[in-house]
Design a protein around this ligand. Sequence first.
Ligand SMILES: CC(C)(COP(=O)(O)OP(=O)(O)OC[C@H]1O[C@@H](n2cnc3c(N)ncnc32)[C@H](O)[C@@H]1OP(=O)(O)O)[C@@H](O)C(=O)NCCC(=O)NCCS
Length: 145
Amino acid sequence: MEENDADFVLEIRNDETTRAFLHDSRCFTKNEFKEWFKTSRPWWFIVRTNDVRFGYFRTNYIEKQAHSIQIGMDIHPSFRGQGLAKPAYCMFFDVLRSNGFKNIWLEVLSHNSIAEELYKGLGFVATNKTPYKENIDSIRMELKI
Ligand SMILES: CC(C)(COP(=O)(O)OP(=O)(O)OC[C@H]1O[C@@H](n2cnc3c(N)ncnc32)[C@H](O)[C@@H]1OP(=O)(O)O)[C@@H](O)C(=O)NCCC(=O)NCCS
């Protein structure tokens, strides 16, 4: 991901259908994005099909020694439900593997059944559940690649 992907990333990130399923549901301005990008140097990836951007992978809690990383993906609303997520994840696992990662984990909110089904289909197993807010839990899911 480049700094000039800001508009595309924020179009997804700030959409309410995305924020409803994120742990941090704040909206961000372009300036905030640019500042965050400069200071955090995030290891994030834009994903494309036929050269058209349709989403991005997020990473966090990178622990090289434990070969562990937290991941997540958000797809642009107009590209959802087209079967793009699964193959993108499989390609991303190759990138993670080639960077030495073996222990992949994520947190999904319990009302996000689309994402939870996707993760189960990819082989993720739920390992923990903690209350997030009224009637919603945060489910930790893990996968060894
Ligand atoms: C979660 C998300 C990345 C999934 O991407 P997608 O493009 O919608 O998913 P796909 O079309 O590739 O489908 C993948 C799987 O999701 C499930 N799925 C997709 N659309 C679904 C729907 N409308 N109803 C139920 N399940 C659905 C299916 O299990 C499907 O697997 P299958 O092909 O074996 O049936 C996307 O919906 C998204 O960005 N959502 C908003 C942000 C978000 O939730 N991010 C993840 C936070 S943990």
